[in-house]
Design a protein around this ligand. Sequence first.
Ligand SMILES: *Cc1c(COP(=O)(O)O)cnc(C)c1O
Length: 400
Amino acid sequence: MNTQEYIALEDQYNARNYQPLDVVLTRGNGVWVEDVEGRRYMDFLAAYSALNQGHCHPRIVKVMVEQAAKLALTSRAFRNDQLPLLAKELCELTGYEMMLPMNTGAEAVETAIKAARKWGYRIKGVPEDRARVIACYGNFHGRTITIVSFSPEEQYRDGFGPFTPGFTLIPYGEAEALEAAITPHTVAFLVEPIQGESGVVVPPPGYLRQVRDICNRHNILLILDEIQSGLGRTGRLLAADHEGVRGDMVTLGKALSGGMYPVSAVLASREVLGVFQPGDHGSTYGGNPLACAVAREALKVLVEEKLVERAAELGEYMLARLRQITSPHIQKVRGKGLWAGIVLKPEAGGARRFCEALLERGLLCKETHWNVIRLAPPLVITKDQIDWAVERLEEVLQMP
Ligand SMILES: *Cc1c(COP(=O)(O)O)cnc(C)c1O
C-alpha cells in the first residue's frame, strides 16, 4: 500500500480527532524515521518529548521483548517483581519519597488532583466537597472531562460539558495572581514549569521559587506537571531543578517509558500519597511488570547515556543557532534545553505551512497554537544533526 491508500483507510475507519501531517511512518531508529515510500526524516518532535531516548532504543527494546515473554500483566490484585524496583529507583533518582504508577499522563494528573483533594479534607481540614485547585491560563494537562473542565482552550471543552467544578484559572508566570486567588478552601496549585502545548512558554526567572514560597505560607500543595518538561528535556532531570524547587507532587509520563509504552507516575511525599487507602484508587494496567521493566530501563538509559547533560549542552547550542536565523517571519525564539518554540509573526500565515515545507525537506515538526513551530528532538541527537535541521529551518523560513 502507498501513502495515499493508508491515509484513505485511516480517514474512513478512524475517528478524525487529529489532523496529522500526511506522512505514514513505518520504522524508526534514534532521531530518524522512515515512511512507507522508503523516505527518511529526522524527527524533531519526538512524540511531544515521549521519545527523549530516541526511537526504538536497543536497550529498551531488548528489556521490553524479554519482559513481554516473561510476565506482562498481573493486575494489582497480586504483586510483581518489577514494581518495587521501579518505585525504589525512580524515588532515589528524583529524591521523592513515594510514587503511584498509572499509564497515561492524564491519569497521572487525575491521580494528583484526587490526592490533593483527599489531602485537603483529611489533613488540611477543608470542609467536604469544597476543595479548590488553582491552575493557569495556557495550561495543558490532558483530555479527560475533569482536566478539560479547567482547560482555557475553547475547542477542548466545546460540547463536552457538564464539567467538574472546583477549579480556578490565573495568568501563568505571575506569582501575585496565585497569592490573590487563594481562599481557605484552596488545596493545590497545579502548574507546568514550562508550558509545552502552549508553545514552550518559559515563565520569568524566580517564578517557581515564588510560587513555592506562597504555597508554603498558605499550606497548599504545589503540583508540578513535568510530563513534558521532565526527564531531561530542559537540560535538568526535572525542569523545576533549574530553580532548585521541589513540588509536593510531580507528575511524570511521556519519556518515562522512552516512547515504548504508556507509563506515568505521580511522585510525592509519604504524607501526601499516604492519603490513599487500599481500594481508593487504581488502574488495571498501572504498575504492570512490562511497564515497570520498560520504565526502569528508560531511566537507566537517561542516566547512563548522560542525556540530561547532553540536553543542557546541545540545547544551548541549538537555541543559539535558532536565534541567529534571520527571517522576516520570526517574532521570537523561546526555549530551554533541547526544547524550543519559534514564534511566528501574525502575518506569517501560521506555522502549518512551514511544517509542511519542512516535511518536504525531511524534517518532522509540528505547529502548536497555529503560529508556533515547536522543536523537541530526541535527546540522543548530535551536533551535526542539529546543524542539518537548522539549515532546513533557515531555508523554509526564507519562503515568502
Ligand atoms: C502530554 C501531557 C499530558 C497528558 O499526557 P497523555 O499521556 O497524553 O494523557 C499532561 N500534561 C502535560 C504537561 C503534557 O505535556
